[in-house]
Design a protein around this ligand. Structure first.
Ligand SMILES: [Zn+2]
Length: 328
């Protein structure tokens, strides 16, 4: 256990461990990152470590660590939004006790989840404490939107941003679960953007596998079906809310094809079983084929950007499919 249980975030963990070893604990920390990035886990480990009595904090074995983990440590407070906000009443409930010395541990620790949802009175109450913080009190603020915090609160926090995991870091995390092909890990990395929470959820749900099968079927229809068939397909797909996720996998397959053409590489294990060459374009020269495949990848990337705006989806998909068939 300990900080090693968190994958990636090497620099962040080293900084926290240095401050723990040097006894240079600040009064307020801010951990920011999107949902699923691991900031709550990190905050709980840091809180554990601050009051750990073991040799290598957090040891997860000592009484203090066990109490922190089970949520029964009298010096550890956690505030989560009630409804849509963190309210002044919640701050008032704990404010007085924050000024007393810790009951059992070295520090009193208060974790504020979704700190960007502090109401203005609650944020001001926090600010008052941070302006003249009692000794041995540590706040850990968590947020996915650091820019939404009061600048005066932000300036009093030591701010750490959780980074997306690198492919090999995510692979190490996924290998703790069920057995998985490296190509599957690669697809999960692509879809989750290196977000560990999302990656684990995808691995457990397995619905990306259905999308992968669908993406291949889509390519087959466009490349081998009749030209007329692309219009109802575009219309059908244009209303789908999961269109960006589906196109992400189409792009993954197209990139893999391009890599295969450029390097003659075997490609990802999952994609070894390659499709017939596109019967609509029928390009056999490898140089021309690479140019064409690169153009399709670029068209997919452009469409992904356009989908975030107010593009006519049906029309954009029709154009993409015609490009895939080499018709335009
Ligand atoms: Zn411990």
């Amino acid at each position: 256990m300990g900080f090693d249980s968190i994958h990636g975030q090497r620099l962040l963990k080293e900084a926290l461990q240095r401050s723990l070893a040097g006894g240079e604990t600040g009064h307020a920390y801010l951990f920011s990152g999107p949902s699923g990035s691991g900031k709550r886990t990190l905050a709980l480990l840091f809180a554990q470590a601050l009051n750990c009595r073991g040799a290598d904090p957090p040891c997860a074995q000592c009484l203090s660590c066990r109490k922190s983990e089970s949520g029964n440590h009298p010096d550890l407070f956690r505030l989560v939004p009630q409804g849509a906000s963190l309210k002044i009443e919640q701050m008032r409930d704990i404010k007085e006790s924050l000024y007393y010395l810790p009951m059992e541990g070295q520090y009193k620790i208060c974790i504020l989840e979704d700190a960007d949802l502090l109401t203005a009175p609650a944020a001001n109450s926090l600010l008052k404490i941070l302006e003249e913080p009692p000794a041995r009190l540590v706040f850990i603020l968590l947020t996915a939107r650091p820019w939404a915090l009061l600048p005066t609160v932000l300036s009093r926090c030591t701010h750490f941003t959780l980074k997306p995991l690198q492919p090999q870091e995510l692979a190490a995390l996924l290998e703790q679960g069920e057995e998985m092909l490296s190509a599957e890990q690669e697809i999960i990395f692509l879809l989750s953007g290196g977000n560990p929470g999302q990656a684990l959820a995808l691995a457990q749900q397995g619905d990306w596998r259905d999308k992968f099968v669908e993406a291949r079927a889509l390519l087959h229809t466009v490349e081998h079906g009749s030209a007329e068939g692309i219009f109802p397909l575009a219309e059908d797909l244009s209303t789908r809310t999961d269109l960006p996720a589906l196109l992400e996998i189409v792009l993954f397959i197209c990139r893999d094809r391009l890599m295969h053409t450029l390097e003659g590489c075997a490609g990802a294990a999952m994609l070894k079983e390659r499709e017939e060459p596109c019967s609509a374009t029928n390009i056999s020269d490898p140089n021309l084929l690479a140019l064409f495949q690169e153009r399709i990848c670029n068209a997919l990337l452009q469409l992904q950007g356009e989908l975030r705006g107010s593009v006519n989806r049906r029309l954009a998909l029709e154009v993409l499919f015609l490009q895939m068939r080499g018709a335009i």
